[in-house]
Design a protein. Structure first.
Length: 202
């Protein structure tokens, strides 16, 4: 059979009947048109969902250590003479100190009492508490006043405090935060001497 020149260049099938190549649908959307020349459609909402999910996954868990520390036992430090300096945490101890001896100072009020032998606290402990009410100022002012009272207590009580005693330092508005630190320490020494030489009943 003789082939003509035109037949040798004819395709074996008609171009209109060719099935377009099947490409995977973007993001699994099989309902999208399969036009091979069409630019794939962007899907910003998917990226937003991914970003939002990543933000949720990377969000830190709530830190509960502060609550655990607040409920834990009072901190205790050992003084040079072997006595222990602990922090008062229970309300009944603050109330008991308020009913005992007191010594006013320019920047604070010192309350003190000698513990009974029947109490559970070790006899070698010196215990100290701090009170700064809203009269002292806002939260920043109260925290500053407490830090200063805590600092002078750590410097002075191991030397001039007595084991078996509870002390409470009460801050005063503005004066606790503004008084010179050296004067604060001297005030606490004088207040302790007044407490321990007083004839009031403990």
């Amino acid at each position: 059979m003789t082939e003509t020149g035109d037949e040798t260049h004819l395709p074996t099938f008609e171009p209109g009947s060719q099935t377009p190549p099947r490409l995977p649908c973007a993001y699994g959307n099989e309902s999208r048109s399969q036009d091979p020349e069409r630019t794939p459609r962007a899907w910003p909402e998917v990226a937003e969902r991914i970003s939002a999910g990543a933000a949720v996954m990377s969000a830190p868990k709530a830190d509960n250590t502060k609550t655990a520390e607040a409920e834990g036992p009072a901190a205790v430090s050992v003084c040079a003479d072997g006595s222990e300096l602990a922090t008062l945490t229970e309300r009944r101890d603050f109330l008991a100190a308020a009913r005992a001896r007191r010594a006013p100072a320019p920047a604070f009020l010192l309350q003190a009492r000698k513990r009974r032998e029947t109490e559970k606290a070790p006899s070698a402990q010196i215990r100290i508490g701090f009170t700064c009410s809203k009269k002292v100022g806002n939260a920043v002012a109260r925290n500053r006043a407490k830090r200063r009272l805590r600092a002078i207590a750590q410097d002075i009580l191991p030397i001039h405090g007595k084991p078996g005693w509870d002390y409470v330092l009460i801050g005063r508005a503005e004066k606790t935060a503004s008084r010179d630190y050296v004067d604060l320490k001297a005030d606490l020494v004088r207040a302790l001497n007044q407490i321990h030489t007083s004839r009031q009943k403990p």
